[in-house]
Design a protein around this ligand. Structure first.
Ligand SMILES: *Cc1c(COP(=O)(O)O)cnc(C)c1O
Length: 390
């Protein structure tokens, strides 16, 4: 069966008691034992909850993994995976990974728990030379945020396997609808289900999905030990979101492609970053591993005050985060990436004139009209032709 069908079936036929169409919400912290030592299979919600379990089955199924554990946030997912490694292990991570991931890795490094190298994963030679005897993990995030650089996951996995590294992929940006890292040999996938998987901007949540039953059991165990598992109601909301993942992702991508093409043709826009554009440097590699190009578009202005645009949209809300049905506009330099030092931002290409969009599922004509009128709000100060004598 196709993913569209599986996402619906797996969230629908779950109630053996009364046959309710929607997965029941077991909003309970604990469960009655049948007799001492004999539970119903559930005893305490941190360790297991039927609503959360249904979500875990669905996420594992969509990614093609053996199992998953649903956790409280995307960062909880990353915390759970990093807790797997022995003290002193070396992690190689994407140099332009999510800011929260970089902050956590640096914390663990400063505490002497992990060694970390941030490497451009687009440069396979650099990755190979970063591998040391204590390297245990290759941490991949693709496409990158906010410039949407795509790396070759198949080639990276091949290299990592030579050295026995565990390959983790943060698949938040593509969602399993457009990218399935296990098909390329990854070991573990993390999600901020806050984003596309839930899709309605009303939950923060995450998941760790494992390729093998052994890893699935390990991360289940770790999530219970660390207390990172998520609650029933948030699981229930994400389950509702997952049912419409396929239709949402298709529309996000269609709209994003049209918005990217509009921006590319606009005289006040110098660069557009969207892997679906043929002119995008990541287009070929994206085409070879994704089944769609996602809903995030970034661009640079050639001139003018960026605040004129950021304050002028009527449909796009000025807000961080991404992946909801509503369109968002944000300024990475002062919002999502403000915690980076100016030097690191500069090195990552996050300049003052860069804007990131999360494209929603509104009508694309309205989205383009909104951006068009916002761009016309730019006041470009032309230097006077002849400088006045002073
Ligand atoms: C948002 C995000 C995270 C963190 O997820 P939270 O749910 O906010 O904790 C991790 N990775 C990526 C790529 C993200 O976009």
């Amino acid at each position: 069966m196709q993913p569209e069908t599986r996402a619906i079936l797996a969230t629908t036929h779950t109630d053996s008691e009364y046959g309710s169409i929607v997965t029941p919400l077991y909003q309970t912290s604990n469960f009655r034992f049948r007799e001492p030592g004999h539970s119903t299979g559930y005893d305490y919600t941190r360790s297991g909850n039927p609503t959360r379990n249904t979500l875990e089955h669905v996420l594992a199924d969509l990614e093609g993994g053996a199992g998953s554990v649903a956790v409280s946030t995307g960062m909880a997912a990353i915390t759970t995976v990093l807790a797997h490694f022995k003290v002193g292990s070396h992690v190689i991570a994407t140099h332009d990974c999510y800011g929260g991931t970089a902050r956590l890795l640096k914390l663990l490094e400063s505490q002497g728990k992990l060694e970390v190298s941030f490497v451009d994963l687009g440069n396979i030679v650099a990755v190979r030379s970063a591998i040391k005897p204590n390297t245990a993990c290759l941490w991949i995030e693709t496409p990158s945020n906010p410039l949407l650089r795509v790396v070759d996951v198949g080639a990276l996995v091949k290299l990592a396997k030579v050295y026995g590294l565990l390959v983790a992929v943060d698949n938040t940006f593509m969602s399993p609808f457009f990218f399935r890292p296990f098909d390329f040999g990854a070991d573990v996938i993390v999600h901020s289900t806050t984003k596309w998987l839930n899709g309605h901007s009303d939950v923060v949540s995450g998941a760790v999905v494992s390729r093998t039953p052994e890893l699935a059991e390990r991360f289940h165990w770790l999530a219970n030990a660390l207390g990172t598992t998520t609650g029933s109601f948030d699981s229930w909301l994400v389950l509702r979101g997952v049912k419409t993942l396929s239709v949402r992702m298709k529309q996000h991508a269609v709209n994003a492609q049209a918005v990217a093409e509009f921006l590319l043709s606009h005289p006040l826009v110098s660069e557009v970053y969207y892997p679906g554009l043929e002119s995008d440097p990541s287009h070929e590699i994206a085409k070879s591993q994704f089944t769609g190009f996602g809903g995030i578009v970034s661009f640079r202005l050639t001139a003018g005050n960026i605040r004129d645009v950021l304050g002028a949209t009527k449909i796009f809300s000025l807000a961080e985060s991404l992946g909801g049905v509503e369109s968002l506009i944000e300024h990475p330099a002062t919002m999502s990436h403000a915690s980076m030092t100016p030097e690191l931002r500069e090195a990552a290409g996050i300049t003052e004139n860069l804007i990131r969009l999360s494209i929603g599922i509104e009508h694309v004509d309205d989205l383009i009209a909104d951006l068009d009128q916002a761009l016309s709000a730019i006041t470009v100060w032309e230097p006077a032709k002849e400088a006045a004598p002073c």
